[in-house]
Design a protein. Structure first.
Length: 63
């Protein structure tokens, strides 16, 4: 099984099985796209730890 390192979080994942490659997850994909820096995910006055936000929360705010 080929294991690849995620360029964002450095976790290893199975390349073949991953639909979000070259990232380990959709979260990392979104981070790479810069969407975290966008206003969609920016809450003024609140510091966000990107790895503590559940993926459900990201998807909910997507549109
Ligand atoms: Zn990752």
């Amino acid at each position: 099984m080929k294991k690849t390192k995620c360029p964002i979080c450095k976790n290893k994942f199975e390349w073949e099985k991953n639909e979000f490659r070259p990232f380990c997850s959709e979260r990392c994909k979104l981070i790479d796209l810069g969407q975290w820096a966008g206003e969609k995910y920016f809450i003024p006055g609140k510091k966000i730890d990107i790895y503590s936000v559940p993926i459900d929360e990201i998807m909910k705010n997507k549109n």
